[in-house]
Structures are given as structure tokens and as C-alpha cells.
Design a protein around this ligand. Structure first.
Ligand SMILES: C[S@@+](CC[C@H](N)C(=O)[O-])C[C@H]1O[C@@H](n2cnc3c(N)ncnc32)[C@H](O)[C@@H]1O
Length: 296
């Protein structure tokens, strides 16, 4: 595994605990200023009633899968892929809740390589592609010609207030920290800015739409903000920073003072709806031989 991939996979380790992941997902929903559910916004206008072979990549506990309830063919089959086997039970429960026949694989996105070509009519991926943008060609390969791939990712300005706040703390504490925080690097792998060109090489039709939102916390919701930050800690405090616990404590102390009247965190997302997978075999060969690096 390349060093770059390894680094992001270390960041993904925060997701190993499904209970914590679920708790944070609920906090995000509770504090979001946009009343529309991002998953329903992503699926809006798509005709899904006949879809029956579905894949959810980086599925976690099934956040995106749950949104398919009543929207796809009755008894449709869905396969969830994640890198943590701890999601098996929560994911399969979500499939039952959504009325779908679920299967789960905890062997990571590399296992997509062994799935047959043109075998899915709907592929989903929410908040995952920035961990593994190199699988885009494989997603194009496994999608049926009339299939649709829907992905949700963060906008580059995601959590910008927290990012500047944390950088300011590094400065005042005179702690050496990277100029670009792990969360910034991660999002820049696949964001509102580069998502479309990265996908357009593999799908003839790529539509992009923006979901504008913020998370708002006040002094009554301090506990939720702390839980959110504890979960996201490695995204803001990288491994190489000295005395990480003191930095985290300082962030919490100072943030608490900012909650009067409220602290707003930008949480904008971009959605890409991709159709007409490009079956240009030379595209795939060039990618495999490294003649055309996917990410420049
Ligand atoms: C931000 S979470 C999103 C989970 C889910 N899609 C959702 O919207 O709640 C990213 C997910 O990608 C998974 N992930 C990260 N690297 C992966 C890999 N190499 N293969 C499969 N899943 C991976 C993580 O375990 C985690 O469940």
C-alpha cells in the first residue's frame, strides 16, 4: 500500500467503532441547519423503482442504504462493502429496516476488483471516495450501462471555522503542526472542486449539485460538540503533533467560550450523479499500467 493511502487508512480508523459513528451521525443530523435530509436530496429526481442490484461502497452502518427504503424494487439485493467487519451487524440491520436483501463484506474496497463487470444498476457511496478515489475506474466497470452511481462528498470549505480555530491554537501555543491539516488533505482527494473532472473520465454524464448546510452549537449543546470533536480528533490533530492531549484540551476549553451565543461550522456537501459508464477499454488498461495516473 502506498504511503499516501496508508495515511488516509489510518485516519479511517476512527470509524472502527460503529456505536460512536452512529452517535456522531445523529449529532450531525440534530445540529444541521438544512432541514432536508442530504440522502434524499442526493436521490431526488432519480427513477429508482426498478433498481435491484445495488452496491454501497464504504457503507459503514448503512447511512445511505437506509434512505433506499420504499424507493427501489421490492426485495432488491444490496451489498455493503467496508474495511471494518464491525459494521456487519449494524449494516445488515439497516438493510432489514430498508426492506432490502443485504450482504456485507468487510474486506475493503480492493474486493471490488473481483466483482463482475456491468453487474450493478445502482451504486452508492457517501463520504467515502476521499479515502479511496483510486477505485473510480472500478465503479465504472461494475456499473450496468443503464446504471447510476450516486456519491456524496464534502465541499472544500467543509469545517473551515474549526480548521482556522485549531490552527490559531497551534500558533498561540507555539506548537509545531503541519500547515495543512489531515482533514483538509483528505477532503482535497475528492471534493466539490475536483470530483467532476475525476469522475468525468469514467462516466459520460456527471451531474453535480450542492447541499448547503452548517452545524450550529450553543452552550446547551457543548457535550455534543465535544463528542463530535473527540471522534474527529485525528482529522485536526495529526500523529506528529507533540502533546496531543493538551492540544485537544485547549481546543475544548477555548471552544466552550465561543458557544455564546453560538458556534457555526460550515458543513457543505456536493453530490455527483453519474450515468453512462465509459466502456473505453483502453482507458482501463492505461489506468492499470499507470500510464495515466488517476490523481495528479
Ligand atoms: C465517513 S464514513 C461514511 C460511512 C457511510 N457511507 C456513511 O455515510 O455514514 C467512511 C467509511 O468508509 C470506510 N472506509 C474507509 N476506507 C475504506 C476502505 N479502504 N475500504 C472500505 N471501506 C473503507 C470507513 O470504514 C467508513 O465506514
Amino acid at each position: 500500500m502506498a504511503a499516501r493511502e496508508k495515511k488516509y487508512q489510518r485516519l479511517a480508523e476512527v470509524f472502527e467503532n460503529p456505536t460512536m459513528h452512529l452517535a456522531v451521525a445523529r449529532i450531525i443530523q440534530e445540529h444541521s441547519t438544512n432541514p432536508q435530509d442530504v440522502r434524499l436530496f442526493a436521490l431526488e429526481g432519480l427513477s429508482l423503482q426498478s433498481r435491484q442490484d445495488i452496491l454501497d461502497v464504504g457503507c459503514g452502518f448503512g447511512f445511505f442504504t437506509l434512505a433506499l427504503k420504499g424507493r427501489v424494487k421490492k426485495g432488491a439485493k444490496i451489498q455493503g462493502i467496508d474495511r471494518f467487519v464491525s459494521y456487519r451487524e449494524p449494516y445488515l440491520n439497516s438493510c432489514v429496516m430498508a426492506g432490502l436483501k443485504g450482504r456485507f463484506s468487510g474486506s475493503g474496497v480492493k474486493s471490488i476488483g473481483s466483482l463482475p463487470s456491468e453487474s450493478f444498476d445502482l451504486v452508492l457511496c457517501s463520504y467515502g471516495l476521499y479515502f479511496f478515489p483510486e477505485i473510480i475506474p472500478e465503479l465504472s466497470r461494475i456499473l450496468k450501462p443503464e446504471g447510476v452511481f450516486v456519491t456524496i462528498t464534502h465541499a472544500e470549505n467543509h469545517t473551515k471555522e474549526l480548521i482556522s480555530f485549531v490552527k490559531e491554537i497551534y500558533k498561540t501555543l507555539e506548537i509545531r503542526a503541519p500547515r495543512i491539516l489531515p482533514c483538509e488533505k483528505l477532503v482535497s482527494n475528492f471534493s466539490d472542486k475536483n470530483g467532476k473532472p475525476l469522475l468525468s473520465r469514467w462516466f459520460e454524464q456527471v451531474k453535480q449539485k450542492e447541499y448547503i448546510s452548517s452545524l450550529v452549537f450553543n452552550s446547551d449543546s457543548f457535550k455534543n460538540l465535544k463528542t463530535y470533536l473527540l471522534f474527529k480528533r485525528p482529522f485536526f490533530i495529526p500523529e506528529e503533533v507533540e502533546d496531543k492531549d493538551s492540544v485537544f484540551d485547549e481546543i475544548i476549553i477555548r471552544l466552550r467560550r465561543k458557544l455564546e451565543p453560538e458556534f457555526r461550522i460550515t458543513k457543505n456537501d456536493s453530490i455527483f450523479v453519474c450515468e453512462k459508464p465509459l466502456k473505453n477499454k483502453s482507458n482501463h488498461v492505461e489506468e492499470k499500467t499507470g500510464l495515466l495516473p488517476l490523481l495528479q
